[in-house]
Design a protein around this ligand. Structure first.
Ligand SMILES: [Zn+2]
Length: 272
């Protein structure tokens, strides 16, 4: 992960100019977030006369103009108008950065994220390396869709993790673990779009936390989409082959449960 810093001076010393610059900055950062060019919660604040931004970047080149969406280009132009001089991003990070996987060399992809992972939600099937959505042959709105799904998924994962109330915990878990929940349906639809555009089989990672007490029964559970056999022994440390459950027909991957709980294990299992 890289860090980007931007320092800007408003076009004039008036309060209105400062407030306009802040507003344009928020719009610009929103466009970058939806396009997957910046990650996580950035920091925006005034130090003296300058408005400064610090944010994570998925790659050292994610802010290049060629990766911008139409909305991002417009927001950048508007931001420059609100500045005294043309602002420039400073990018910091490890120069020995591994090259981002070229999606054309991947044989499959999968979509997965969680509260603690602010990076790109699309990963290469073999290596598990993240691939920023703006590098794929997707339209601006399709990129916004998959990154929007990832943002909502992280919010629900955070809510589930922090929920003190058992009912809220169960409700949010259903959204994460049931393959037909609104959240899963959204993510699986994004997978189908990515598969259509790239021609690569694209899997959805289905979360599993509570499982069966009997380990054999947990391993024997069938695919929640088609009721077919989907358990297999992982054959790799990374990527799709590192998961214990894979259904090629339903494009689902999942893991063994972290804990057993017979009352909640049915969530995410085949319902007939
Ligand atoms: Zn299936």
């Amino acid at each position: 992960m890289f860090i980007g810093e931007l320092s800007m001076i408003p076009a004039s010393k008036t309060k209105a100019a400062a407030s306009s610059l802040k507003e344009k900055t928020d719009l610009y950062l929103g466009a970058l977030t939806y396009h997957g060019q910046i990650c996580g919660e950035g920091v925006v604040g005034w130090t003296g006369a300058a408005l400064r931004v610090t944010t994570y970047l998925p790659t050292s080149t994610s802010l290049l103009a060629k990766h911008h969406s139409k909305a991002g280009r417009q927001a950048w132009d508007d931001l420059c108008q609100a500045c005294q001089s043309h602002p420039r991003w400073q990018v910091m990070g490890d120069r020995s950065e591994k090259r981002t996987t070229d999606w054309r060399r991947a044989r499959s992809l999968y979509v997965s994220t969680d509260w603690f992972d602010p990076g790109p939600p699309i990963l290469a099937g073999t290596t598990g390396q993240p691939i920023p959505a703006y590098l794929l042959p997707l339209s601006d709105s399709e990129i916004q869709d998959v990154n929007g799904w990832a943002g909502f998924y992280r919010l629900h994962d955070k809510m589930w993790t922090c929920a003190e109330d058992r009912r809220l915990e169960t409700q949010t878990y259903k959204l994460l673990a049931d393959p037909n929940s609104e959240l899963s349906s959204w993510g699986r639809a994004a997978c189908r779009t990515i598969e259509e555009r790239t021609g690569l089989p694209t899997y959805y990672h289905l979360f599993r936390h509570w499982g069966r007490r009997d380990a054999k029964r947990e391993a024997r559970r069938t695919c929640p989409g088609c009721n077919g056999r989907w358990h297999r022994r992982p054959t790799a440390k990374y990527g799709i082959d590192s998961f214990e459950f894979v259904c090629r027909r339903c494009r689902l991957i999942s893991s063994l449960a972290d804990f057993d709980d017979e009352r909640l294990a049915h969530i995410g299992e085949y319902r007939g």
